[in-house]
Design a protein around this ligand. Structure first.
Ligand code: PBG
Length: 333
């Protein structure tokens, strides 16, 4: 036998020497769920290990995460029903708890990279990412609302804004609105290929942001989020986002869309992010809690597969655990 591939797998030293793909906390973004109030720290029932926190606890948690080596965070608000309306006006109300807490995070931890969420759903009484009228999601009428929200977030000091709404033309609308107000440094992380996925369930539980049940409200997001059957369409979205001025492109969900991550990595010069979404994390956690999977091995393997597919950046609820294992030297052995 001339070729024995096993020679290159003989020892931990050789395996680490020849490892093609690596993942460090540098590439991870930790999602954070913020709620109003004080002393709140509630575990999300469908996503064990992830908490809804009030600003006081959240600030401490950001500090702890940074000590583990995490530097990037994406912040989502859980908004009380009384603040929600059809136009998501609370989303750009000056000094709302989301904007205030973002400013406090950047003030206390100026070295972190803080990413926002631009979409109507957390603030919308209809639970949609766009404006609903006569049973339809209006595109162009949603854009000015997203721009208001984006400007308020830029003023609060976010490093990147994350439009997760999938309205057409929103990246350009945001870019122009930001530049006009002098926010040329504020970046845009675009949810480029966001699919109408069943894997967002725990997230919608955490934020109470599912579409409202009403005969006049579309019950799903399929007229704006992409069809899970489509791949070429992701290229079209990527081209548009590049032209419209996006700084990073994102694929979401991640584990079930490795081919799409790979495609965008091949086709675009921009950094590609992958959002390992709540339901994808919940699956693994559920199996681990049942004793069916070993979390400490399955979790890093799942994240590594995203890097191997071509993700430059990974958003995952496992970022904290991964960073802890990384610090403790438990990875790649
Ligand atoms: C909505 C938004 C969703 C997620 C991020 N932003 C849910 C949705 O589109 O309904 C899901 C993230 C996750 O499941 O972890 N703007």
């Amino acid at each position: 036998m001339l070729n024995r591939p096993r020679r290159n797998r003989r020892s931990p030293a050789i395996r680490s020497l020849l490892r093609e793909t690596t993942l460090t906390p540098d590439q991870l973004v930790l999602p954070l769920f913020l709620v109003e109030g004080e002393e709140v720290e509630e575990e999300v029932a469908s996503l064990p290990g992830t908490f809804r926190r009030s600003a006081d606890h959240l600030l401490d948690f950001v500090g702890e995460s940074m000590e583990l080596g995490l530097k990037s965070f994406i912040l989502f608000p859980g908004v009380a029903g009384e603040h929600k309306d059809k136009t998501a006006s609370y989303g750009y109300q000056p000094g709302n708890f989301y904007l205030k807490t973002a400013a406090a995070i950047k003030d206390q931890y100026p070295d972190c990279c803080l990413i926002s969420d631009v979409a109507m759903d957390p603030y919308s009484s209809d639970g949609h990412d766009g404006l609903v009228r006569d049973g339809r999601i209006l595109n162009d009428e949603t854009l000015p609302i997203l721009c208001e929200m984006a400007l308020a977030q830029a003023r609060a000091g976010f490093d990147y804004l994350g439009p997760s709404d999938m309205m057409d033309g929103r990246v350009q609308a945001l870019r122009e609105a930001l530049d006009e107000e002098g926010f040329t440094e504020t970046g845009i992380l675009s949810y480029t290929a966001k699919y109408a996925s069943a894997f967002y369930g725990p997230f919608r539980d955490a934020l109470d942001s599912a579409p409202r049940e009403d005969a006049n409200i579309p019950k799903d997001k399929k007229t704006y989020q992409m069809d899970p059957a489509n791949k070429r369409e992701a290229l079209r979205e990527a081209e548009l986002d590049e032209l419209e001025g996006a700084d990073l492109l994102m694929v979401k969900p991640a584990l079930h869309y490795l081919d799409v991550i790979h495609l965008l990595r091949e086709e675009s010069p921009l950094p590609i992010a992958a959002y390992h979404v709540s339901g994808e994390c919940a699956m693994l956690l559920a199996a681990a809690r049942n004793g069916w999977l070993a979390y400490e091995q399955a979790m890093p393997e799942a994240l590594l597969s995203l890097r191997r597919a071509g993700a430059d950046v990974i958003l995952t609820y496992f970022a904290y655990d991964y960073a802890r294992m990384y610090k403790d030297g438990l990875l790649g052995v």
